[in-house]
Design a protein around this ligand. Sequence first.
Ligand code: SF4
Length: 364
Amino acid sequence: MDVKGSEQIIQNHLLDWYSRKKRPLPWRETRDAYKIWVSEIMLQQTQVGKVATYYNNFVNIFPDVTRLARADLDQVLKVWEGMGYYARARNLHKTARIITEYFGGRFPSDIRDILKLPGIGPYTAAAIASIAFDFPAAVLDGNVNRVLSRLTRLSHTPKSSTGKKLLEETALLLLDKKNPGAFNQAMMELGALVCTPRSPDCEHCPVSANCEAYKNSEAGNFPIKAPKRKRPHYIIAAGIIWKDNEILIARRPENGLLGGLWEFPGGKVEKDESIEQAVVREIHEELDVNVSPGERFDVVEHGYTHFSITLNVFHCHYLSGAPKAIGCTAWKWVKPAELALYAFPRANGKVIEKLLAGLLSETP
Ligand code: SF4
């Protein structure tokens, strides 16, 4: 089923609804491509409510491309801390430097240039180009995929190649070419507020008269889902390595999961080794340092998108060896109170909170 012939009606009803019902979000008050870019990157994997706080803080500290490009990566990661998916922050920083070097600090307006920038895929490029520059590119994110799958009763999963192709064609057909920015935002807002995953409010939907799933009373059956894969689980061992009231922390390689963040050194427990043996081995492999694990200080359960971990953290006594950055990019001895100056992954953050609370309660 398609929506051919109904484009104009759908556009009118959707834009009218959007002008009345849209949420007042800070990035909707600007057409500055830099700020729209920042908000779109933040929104990729973080809920709107949380993004609003981080966005205001981020654009206050880094109000334009040049200011972001001039900042230290550590500073950017610190401002980003708590939002997760740190590759986004690293790419923002890297991209700001590219824009400064190759585009004179002005965000490029041509979608082909935008698409070449690190961390920007077709969705984000279409969002920036349409909202900031009125370029007629249709966005396709999870919300839009769901709305379009229901409007057309799409009989493929949105991630399959046929499903993707049909969704792209439908999105472009429906797009209001004179008002692409508002139309794209209206589609996303409809998916976020009305055409929600579990309980779509079809009775109050501005496009229900043109929705095939609604007409057939089967909104809940779309989009068609692909079978779920099981998330692997890893046991991680890490050490709080003490020497003269200071703790040894290491910085993760930039490319990869949680890249560029600081951590208590450690890693995955291998088959046939105890957690204590894993701490000693991992720390030696990462820093060329010998330690002896003492008491287990904390156990933290944490879930990432593609896997989950049990993080076991031990107080460790430093024995010997001058630290070397072998499996990390940098290391530092820091006082416990200085841990707050560095950006750590969330699971390490929980350990730090417990550690500092314990030290505080011991202070006479
Ligand atoms: Fe979604 Fe229901 Fe609107 Fe169809 S009528 S687009 S299923 S909210």
